[in-house]
Design a protein around this ligand. Structure first.
Ligand code: NDP
Length: 301
């Protein structure tokens, strides 16, 4: 079965729109998101446009800040400091990648952790790793895919948990293989799956015999960026296959990390590219913005 992130994302955004209109009644204003783009990288421009469009749909106030490619790291830091101090801004996102003269790590650290809607700040990343919920307060749903960690969880892993919840499959005790160990996808996703009681393996570029490792997975997630790395040989019959990778092919089309046509014959659930993980990532950004807003509002009261 094809797991359409696009359809699930639309449902969540519609529900969020209603939730946000009731939040406006409660708190007197809508959540707000500032999106900073430095330079005019065409892919970044598309991503920023999608995020602003999603915010508008959900009823989140967005503030778009387009800075020239010549912006220095100091100037960018100053803009972030102003947004940190702005009471009416709940979330700050700096679109990556940045031009080479700006250090991404320092820029991410400049954002207040409580306004870091991407969940990339070390305070948020560390909180995810240290927190191990002893009691499951509620079952994960597509609307609420992870337990409350009291911090912001990176959007793509959170969106993947939401996709998994939409399958209705109980994750408890399942073998999960995450291919890729980046700080923004592979590693946080592995921790979230661990907390969902999966037995998790993280594979990477030094993994020996990747097909054999993957073949063991009830849940296989590819976050690499290598078109069609995951062949049918890697997929166990009846597995859930989630494709995070996005690569632009020479003919202009997009390709995932999974050979979709071959693998869909064996998988119980499989996500397409495009229309799989991508729309869920943007939707979780909206959800993170709402969560940051609620936490700030509750702190003020
Ligand atoms: P990174 O480049 O940061 O990480 C890629 C990972 O893949 C690394 O851990 C690397 O291993 C591993 N890898 C590389 N080659 C192999 C191989 N042959 N076998 C096994 N593992 C390998 O990428 P990201 O995590 O940032 O992104 C991964 C992909 O997901 C990209 O295509 C990106 O565009 C896409 N993406 C999509 C999103 C969405 O919303 N749909 C969001 C974020 C990313 P090692 O550590 O050893 O180098």
């Amino acid at each position: 079965m094809i797991l359409s992130g696009k359809d699930i994302a639309i449902n969540i955004r519609q529900a969020m729109r209603e939730e946000i209109s009731s939040l406006v009644q409660t708190y007197g204003r809508a959540p707000s998101l500032a999106v900073i783009q430095v330079g005019d990288n065409p892919a970044s421009t598309i991503y920023v446009r999608n995020k602003i469009k999603a915010a508008e749909f959900c009823g989140i106030r967005s503030v778009q800040i387009a800075l020239p490619v010549t912006t220095t790291e100091k100037e960018l830091q100053k803009r972030i400091a102003a947004l940190n101090a702005d009471e009416l801004i709940d979330g700050i996102l700096v679109q990556l990648p940045l031009p080479e003269h700006c250090n991404e790590e320092r820029i991410i650290r400049a954002i207040l952790p409580e306004k870091d809607v991407d969940g990339f700040h070390p305070v948020n990343a560390a909180a995810l790793w240290l927190h191990r919920p002893l009691v499951m307060r509620h079952e994960a749903t597509i609307y609420s895919p992870v337990q409350d960690y009291g911090c912001t969880i990176a959007c793509t892993p959170k969106g993947i948990l939401s996709l998994l919840a939409a399958t209705g499959v109980n994750l408890d005790g399942k073998r999960a293989v995450v291919v890729g160990r980046s700080d923004i996808v592979g590693k946080p996703l592995a921790k979230l799956l661990l907390d969902r009681q999966c037995t998790v393996t993280i594979a990477h570029s030094h993994t020996i015999d990747l097909p054999a490792v993957c073949k063991d997975a009830d849940i296989l997630i590819a976050a690499v960026g290598k078109p069609k790395l995951i062949t049918a040989e890697c997929v166990k019959e009846g597995a859930i296959v989630i494709d995070v990778g996005i690569s632009r092919m020479p003919d202009g089309t997009l390709s995932g990390d999974v050979d979709f046509e071959a693998c869909k014959q064996k998988a119980a659930f499989i996500t397409p590219v495009p229309g799989g993980v991508g729309p869920m990532t943007v939707t979780m950004l909206m959800q993170n913005t709402v969560e940051c807003f609620i936490r700030r509002m509750q702190k003020e009261q």
